[in-house]
Design a protein around this ligand. Structure first.
Ligand code: 6GU
Length: 243
């Protein structure tokens, strides 16, 4: 019933924020089951080594396959295997659509690499036993996968039934209609000489919806033309096109 998430990392303390605020509540309420594991628990040597130099030479270190193999054999054991998610800047881009797919799974295991990455044979091995996704959260490079896991788990957990107070919040997000959300306002009516747009105080719900749609189109055009270009043929009506 509840989504189960396991995270394997050499820095378990990095994942502490997952137990704070909204997600902490979701865990306390049993909507999400989270276990964070220290990869070094599966080392055998006194130095607890998890990395070694790369075959073929070059800078940096590669995470050793034996340690990951023992860790994932144990963490992924069960009657039906989990989906294994490996954060890496070389992965497929993480999207809201993937967040929705992950939220519909019963069990996710995140394997956090540090250094140059995990020996590729680990991913190849598990890919014949379970779905394995190498995923990136954007076109920039982080030190390790831990912060990417924070991002992905938060994006997934807020979609789980009961996590958000108002389920409409998840339905009206940026991206749910393929456009960015426009601006929003609250009291006071005037702040530092800046007034709230009149239409939002008009009580004319059709006019408000039209205004919001126009601001969303305008913002998407300026900031994310790639999203506009990707909309399906029938996504824009005659008024939208006149914008
Ligand atoms: Cl998922 N991991 C790392 N290390 N860097 C990244 C990333 C992931 N996504 C973007 N940059």
């Amino acid at each position: 019933e509840a989504l189960r998430i396991d995270v394997v990392t050499i820095f378990p303390e990095y994942l502490a924020p997952l137990r704070a605020a909204l997600l902490g509540k979701a865990i306390d309420r049993g909507l999400l089951q989270l276990d964070v594991h220290d990869l070094r628990n599966w080392t055998h040597d006194v130095h607890k080594a998890v990395d070694d130099s790369p075959y073929g030479g070059g800078p940096g270190m590669v995470m050793k396959p034996q340690v990951w193999g023992e860790a994932l054999d144990e963490v992924c054991a069960g009657p039906t295997p989990p989906r294994l998610v490996v954060p890496t800047p070389g992965g497929r881009p993480f999207t809201q659509e993937m967040a929705r797919e992950y939220a519909a799974e019963p069990w996710l295991v995140f394997a956090c690499g540090r250094y140059e990455g995990i020996d590729q044979r680990v991913l190849d091995h598990y890919a014949s036993r379970m779905p394995v996704d190498e995923v990136s959260i954007g076109d920039y490079v982080l030190v390790g996968g831990e912060v990417a896991v924070l991002v992905m788990v938060e994006a997934v957990a807020r979609l789980l039934p009961g996590v958000l107070g108002n389920p409409a919040s998840a339905q009206e997000d940026s991206f749910s209609d393929g456009l960015l959300e426009g601006p929003c306002y609250t009291r006071p009516e005037v702040w530092r000489d800046l007034a709230v747009p009149d239409v939002l105080r008009s009580g004319n719900h059709a006019a408000i919806a039209r205004w919001r749609r126009d601001r969303a189109l305008e913002r998407t055009f300026h900031r994310r033309p790639d999203l506009l270009a990707a909309l399906p043929e029938d996504a824009l009506d005659r008024h939208d096109r006149a914008m």
